[in-house]
Design a protein around this ligand. Structure first.
Ligand SMILES: NC(=O)c1ccc[n+]([C@@H]2O[C@H](COP(=O)([O-])OP(=O)(O)OC[C@H]3O[C@@H](n4cnc5c(N)ncnc54)[C@H](OP(=O)(O)O)[C@@H]3O)[C@@H](O)[C@H]2O)c1
Length: 328
């Protein structure tokens, strides 16, 4: 890899809530395109390019694949082969919550599942610890105290440095923050979805985060690729929507959404940006959003994302025009 010590000058880092942790404005997620079914060289090139551009934060989960677990294996291989001397310069996360193995202990939020899953993730990545370990989703049938005590123990035992939650609604988040604070392991970060086409966090969650001094790293800021110029002329063969294992369903690509993207794309062009770049700037306009976790299938998409940093601010006129398009 490029031993570029200037990488940190290329990125902006923001404090995650009121914690001591600084995160890059752009983070890289390994949900798609880093698995056993993908081309290793491409996955490796994307991780190395991201790191060279100052992206220090890599987001994983136990189940990322297919097959589940293989994204962590790929990342572990890249770390071992290329980045072993950079561990202290990286923030690496994992999560447990979704189905990972058969039987009653392989998903949701029990102490049994979270602690076993964290151990498995560390083995797959060849790590002694992850920087953030998340409860990936709330479990309606396990007491929240049990799930939070498992996170607390994972941190206390040195298997993670910080605790986080993902996909919890505002009320569940407040309860989780209170429990974690009482245990002495304050929650540092929430990971919700957020994009121009998915604004649920504006309905209370961002307020709860702001009030509690908890940061947010938001996922699917491009609505899995729809908020780019990619689908303006149909569904390209190499797109997530065309892949059998991709999570973006063709039914989500509606005529109504494409019309909105076309209108938004004109604003992007006026700003000298790509549609994908405008969508990222828009999500980052709220100071309670610490970082956007992007996905990528090629190196150029990571370069596009980092390219927003010298043109991040949106004018109030641009924000009004965007709002009108989104609300029509
Ligand atoms: N906590 C959770 O429950 C949860 C859930 C989902 C995701 N996540 C995290 O969030 C990360 C990001 O999610 P996501 O992949 O859905 O994010 P996204 O940024 O909304 O979508 C990424 C996809 O958009 C397309 N794209 C990106 N840049 C582009 C560009 N410049 N031009 C055209 N197309 C572009 C690519 O798709 P193509 O393959 O079509 O090129 C890319 O794979 C995941 O990897 C994961 O770490 C967390």
């Amino acid at each position: 890899m490029d031993k570029d010590q200037d990488r940190y000058d290329k990125m902006t880092y923001s404090r995650c809530g009121k914690s001591g942790l600084l995160l890059p404005k752009i983070s890289l997620g390994l949900w798609h395109n880093f698995a056993g079914v993908d081309v290793y060289e491409n996955s490796k090139d994307m991780v190395l390019k991201a790191f060279d551009l100052g992206i220090t934060h890599f987001d994983l989960a136990n189940n990322y694949g297919p097959p589940p677990g293989s994204a962590e294996e790929t990342f572990g291989k890249i770390l071992k082969q290329e980045l072993s001397s950079y561990r202290d310069q990286m923030i690496i996360t994992s999560k447990a919550g979704y189905l990972m193995w058969p039987g009653p202990y392989g998903e949701w939020g029990s102490r049994k599942y979270l602690i076993s899953s964290c151990d498995q993730s560390l083995k797959r990545m060849g790590l002694d610890y992850v920087d953030i370990f998340y409860s990936h989703r709330p479990d309606p049938d396990t007491p929240l105290e049990e799930t939070m005590m498992a996170l607390d123990q994972i941190v206390r035992s040195g298997k993670a440095l910080y605790a986080g939650i993902s996909n919890y609604d505002p009320a569940q988040s407040q309860q989780a923050f209170d429990i974690l604070r009482s245990l002495g392991t304050p929650c540092v970060v929430h990971q919700p979805s957020y994009s121009m086409f998915n604004r649920w966090v504006e309905d209370g969650l961002l307020d709860v985060l702001g009030k509690n001094g908890v940061g947010s790293v938001v996922f699917s800021p491009l609505y899995q690729g729809l908020l780019t110029d990619k689908y303006l002329k149909g569904i390209p063969e190499d797109s997530r929507a065309a892949k059998s294992h991709g999570f973006l369903q063709t039914s989500q690509i509606t005529e109504e959404k494409i019309e909105k993207v076309k209108a938004l794309n004109s604003i992007a062009q006026e700003r000298g940006q790509k549609m994908s770049q405008l969508a990222l700037c828009w999500v980052l306009r709220d100071p309670r959003v610490t970082s956007v976790i992007i996905g990528a299938s090629k190196v150029s998409q990571i370069e596009d994302a980092v390219g927003i940093l010298d043109n991040l601010e949106l004018t109030s006129d641009e924000l009004d025009r965007i709002e009108k398009i989104l609300k029509t």
